[in-house]
Write a protein that binds this ligand. Structure first.
Ligand SMILES: Cc1ncc(C[n+]2csc(CCOP(=O)(O)OP(=O)(O)O)c2C)c(N)n1
Length: 555
């Protein structure tokens, strides 16, 4: 194992190892060369090398999303750290731990027309939990000790709840490539704990109140044990979003479908005394807008100290885990009462197989078929835009888990995130992305070896299909030029150019999808749909549900 002569590198690697961090995503450069020396042949870490820092950071996010452990990013100075910014913001809003290490020139070189040099201190200010810049060229024991302390404190913050990204800026003098034979003796012990500063909720379930429990993006799968009880309570409505990974337990899982299939009067009559947020980053715009009009108060179960006030109702905050909240809130709901509870089935059941057998192929139909054919035990990496919305329209199986960059909902890193997740996940991974998102994050394809467990579907609907289905934009005459922006690219050629085996289909069946998932030699499926037909098919689908609703009411 090689040792850089820079004390900062030795300290950082010591702390990373001490923290149990394994995955480091390293991007090449000169200023960060001391880290390359320290990592070369280092048995403690899995080092992934990625040239494009934007993609590198999303790749790291995908790993951390799966392992729930901090992943490290290391890059050179200049614009390289700026390219990390989108994934850092995403990690911040999803509460995913990343340790970002940026090499820098010494302070006196900043803004002096030196090469590859910007003012790096505080560059992620709004999206970082904790940060420091180290003392340059720390040799004196007092400086080494000071750096050691700063590194320890910042890294500690990455694993405190809420998890999130932290930044350590490391200025280096030249020469950068010198090695040492000995490690600098460690100056301080640092004891770490993954602290959970919990708060026991004071509130108790009240039979005279009406509640909406809304599950958003969530990592606490213990929630599943509470769902049967929650959905059975008569004055509680439970809605789960796909990325809560708590679907299939009797709650309203397809929120937009549920809303769209109701008559205006039904929606008008909705009322909740309290909306309880378990998890955040709600995808359904429709439910957000209804809550703003129909809810009286909001409780937010969250790790952040600052209120996440999505509905402008000045929420009461509970700084505790979802399970801890539910345990206390429901503690007075007696066992006898629990036995009498009957789940409220508030969903209109329709024969989707029958419905789709007479419908032409479209984005909607593709997502219906996908909901049937994804391999058992798979995790679904959802691209942003209409992908996440279509997926939420179909009942999800309990054997699937869903992930997506819904912290900030950017279309700039979905492929890289999926590749990162697939790299550390042992089971099948299905990545579904829109065509523009796919082209945007093309460098996500720049990865070796390509994970064998990753199957990707690109929905080639001729551009940003979302703008044709969301309220407001869909009637805007400037949509084709300013919003939809057709790409005019042959995605099959594009993929083949990258060396992937891919297939294009203009229409497909459930069997075609099953064949694709079973075909080890095929990485990508490009599915072409008509951008004009997609919005029509979606409207008809909602209309159909409304008609079914009418029939149920008339019977
Ligand atoms: C980084 C970033 N830039 C711009 C946007 C705005 N935006 C949202 S959806 C979208 C179009 C996405 O098109 P595509 O990936 O083809 O998906 P589709 O809409 O067809 O589902 C754009 C540009 C964004 N979310 N993120």
């Amino acid at each position: 194992m090689r040792i850089s002569n820079k004390s900062a590198v030795q300290s950082i690697l010591f702390h990373l190892n001490d923290l149990g961090v394994r995955d480091i995503v390293y991007s090449p450069g000169s200023r960060n060369a001391p880290f390359a020396i320290g990592l070369d042949g280092n048995p403690h870490f899995n080092v992934h090398i990625k040239v494009d820092e934007r993609s590198a950071a999303f790749f790291a996010l995908g790993i951390a999303q799966q392992t729930q452990k901090p992943v490290v990013l290391i890059c050179t100075s200049g614009t390289a750290p700026l390219n990390y910014a989108p994934a850092i913001a995403e990690a911040f809003y999803q509460e995913i731990p990343l340790i970002v290490i940026t090499a820098d020139r010494p302070q006196e070189s900043i803004n002096q027309s030196e090469g590859q040099c910007i003012d790096q201190i505080g560059i992620y200010n709004n999206y970082i939990k904790s940060q420091c810049s180290l003392i340059e060229e720390a040799i004196a024991p007092v400086d080494v000790a000071q750096n050691h302390q700063r590194i320890a404190e910042v890294m500690q913050d990455a694993i405190q709840f809420p998890h999130g990204p932290v930044h350590i800026n490391v200025p280096f003098y030249e020469p950068l490539y010198l090695e040492s034979t000995d490690l600098i003796p460690e100056t301080q012990e640092y004891r770490r704990t993954e602290s959970i500063a919990t708060e026991t909720p004071e509130v108790r379930f009240d039979h005279n109140q009406s509640y909406l429990v809304l599950l958003g993006q969530n990592n606490d799968l213990e929630i599943i044990n509470w769902l049967p009880k929650l959905v059975a309570l008569p004055n509680v409505m439970v809605m789960t979003e796909t990325h809560s990974n708590a679907h299939g337990y009797g709650a309203i899982d397809c929120i937009d479908r549920w809303i769209m299939s109701r008559y205006k009067a039904d929606i008008e009559n909705l009322h909740w005394d309290v909306v309880i947020s378990l998890g955040h980053n709600i995808i359904s715009r429709k439910i957000k807008s209804i809550i703003k009009q129909k809810a009286v108060s909001h409780w937010s179960v969250q790790w952040q100290k600052k209120a996440i006030d999505t509905y402008r109702l000045q929420p009461q905050i509970f700084n505790c885990s979802v399970s801890q909240f539910l345990k206390t809130w429901l503690q007075d709901v007696s066992k006898d009462y629990e036995n009498d509870l009957v789940p409220i089935v508030d969903e209109i059941k329709v024969d989707l197989h029958n419905y789709f057998s007479s419908r032409p192929f479209s984005d909607l139909k593709l997502f219906y078929l996908l909901s049937l054919s994804c391999p058992s035990g798979a995790q679904i990496q959802m691209g942003n835009s209409s992908v996440v919305r279509y997926i939420q329209l179909f009942d999800q199986r309990r054997d699937l888990r869903f992930f997506g960059n819904r912290g900030v909902s950017g279309i700039d890193g979905s492929t890289s995130t999926a590749v990162g997740a697939a790299t550390v996940h042992s089971g099948p991974v299905v990545f579904v992305t829109g065509d523009l998102s796919f082209l945007y994050d093309a460098n996500g394809l720049w990865h070796q070896p390509w994970p064998k467990n990753l199957k990707s579907i690109v929905v080639d609907n001729g551009g940003g299909g979302i703008f044709k289905i969301i309220d407001g934009a869909k009637n805007e005459p400037a949509v084709p030029v300013f919003f939809e922006t057709p790409h005019h690219r042959d995605l099959l050629l594009w993929l083949k150019g990258w060396g992937f085996s891919a297939k294009v289909m203009n229409e497909l069946s459930e069997t075609d999808l099953l064949d694709f998932f079973e075909d080890d030699a095929l990485n990508f499926l490009v599915v072409k749909t008509s951008g004009d037909l997609n919005p029509i098919e979606l409207d008809l689908f909602f209309e159909y549900f409304k008609q079914q609703n009418e029939r149920v009411e008339n019977n």
